[in-house]
Design a protein around this ligand. Sequence first.
Ligand code: GSH
Length: 236
Amino acid sequence: MIKFYYSTAPNPMKVALCLEEMGLAYEPIPVDTRKGEQHKPGYLAINPNSKVPSIVDGDVTMFDSNAIVLYLAEKTGKFLPKNAADRGPMLSWLMFVASGIGPFTGQYVHFKNYAPEKIAYALERYEFEALRHWGIVDARLARNKYVVGDTYTVVDMALWGWARLVPNILGEHAAKLGNVKRLVDEISARPAAQKAIGLKERHAFKTEMDDEAKRAMFPGNYRAQARGADHTGRTT
Ligand SMILES: N[C@@H](CCC(=O)N[C@@H](CS)C(=O)NCC(=O)O)C(=O)O
């Protein structure tokens, strides 16, 4: 039984989808990041990056969602590309999701919704980069049914974690991403996705983004404060 440390945020949800799609037995263990549970010593021993998701599969302990989805695909032999020639592109697109889609979308959400002050430069940069990354995926999906080609792979699952939130995150810009929407609608209708989405009924996570949550999730802001600087790092 795989132990799955999770919340309902985008990165854990892609792993939830994989576990469900692959029919793997797993125990979902909530880590409430708004309560700071990601920083508890017991959890840090599993994920030194103090984020979700993580898994413990027997003697294998793993963190970082995209590494986990690839591990699960290789463990089961499922949802990998059918053609050997597609392995390279699969790795490229998976890393593109890991290093581009996730971080730029995440930073855009941060500067738009959570930064203590609206910084025009940061908003411009991350909106531009988030849209640029999603535009690349949308163009890819205009040519291919799925991200790697004509078969549903773990790359689509990794993308789904973030893609299902595109309308909330990108607002009116989401209308330009019709191919992303087509893929999300298809995946979200799958029984495995419905089960992954249903995980939120199993455990109650804190919803308030109060001071406790901000201290847990944005500790850098408080480090500056502690040394007498403002949140930009400037001392006056
Ligand atoms: N690269 C990591 C990023 C994980 C990550 O940022 N997880 C978020 C949820 S989507 C989290 O744990 N946030 C809580 C925090 O930052 O304290 C991965 O893909 O697993």
